[in-house]
Design a protein around this ligand. Sequence first.
Ligand code: SAM
Length: 277
Amino acid sequence: MATTSDIFELMRKSPMNDWVGGSDPEAVGKASMQIVHRLTPVQNGVSRVLDFGCGIGRGLVALRAMGLAPQEIVGMDIMPAVIDFCNQNIQRNLDRVKFELINDRNDHYDQFISKNDGKSREQLAQEYNGSFDIGYAFSVFTHVTKKDFAGLLKFVSAMMKPGGRFVMTCFELNEFSRHMIEHGQAIFPLENRVMHDDGKIMIANDYDPLAFIAFDRESVAQMVWDAGMAITKVEYGCWMGGGIGSSLQDVIICTKLPDLISRENIQMTALVDRSKM
Ligand SMILES: C[S@@+](CC[C@H](N)C(=O)[O-])C[C@H]1O[C@@H](n2cnc3c(N)ncnc32)[C@H](O)[C@@H]1O
């Protein structure tokens, strides 16, 4: 049986590590999973976890290397080769981990897909309906069109339990990031950027629009809400410069709308009686 260290070693040797962003897979995976575990604590033997756009599994292997063993982790991706890598090297060696190939397209990743026999979004949404307490997507929503952003959020939301939390990274256009970009402070080369959709979308370059795509804050909030979730926390990354943020990309926590409870079961906080003051 290969250990998590052995699996990271296989990732280092694989050219696919560059397809999913490069750098050391163990360091990248660990950094992402520390964020997930801090924001949505993973419960051993209990949580059901979705790694959406899992690539070669850097995140979920890091989660297991950190000693966290949820009840189940499901990794999903659209690239057959990365899912093959995960089935060969991860699924065989780690229990309670499985992978699903999604039959989908992405202009930035289609060069790595020749034939895709995966399951449709609809099929997976039905199969995993309301299954996951925790979901995460690292560097996925930084590479999708607006139509896919909205559609993928609905897909993920269908698979989350009510009250479950989905942690996604993206690049958010807001007053601060726009100001920093305009003043050349961003830590990505954005001098060839192109604005679309009345300034609500920014791409870093026209020749590979999905290599880096940023969305306006209001649009992101609306898409999350339309998917049946609400943004319940945001941690900004340092991509826009200025030395703020603990991670590179912005981290957005979306909570699947919880089941509503009856008024008599709500534990109200007592108010101070000011009538006698
Ligand atoms: C930059 S890589 C990050 C991979 C992984 N999350 C990690 O941090 O190592 C982006 C991943 O998103 C996947 N992806 C792109 N479009 C997708 C879609 N529509 N549905 C699911 N995954 C998608 C890609 O195939 C790729 O593996």
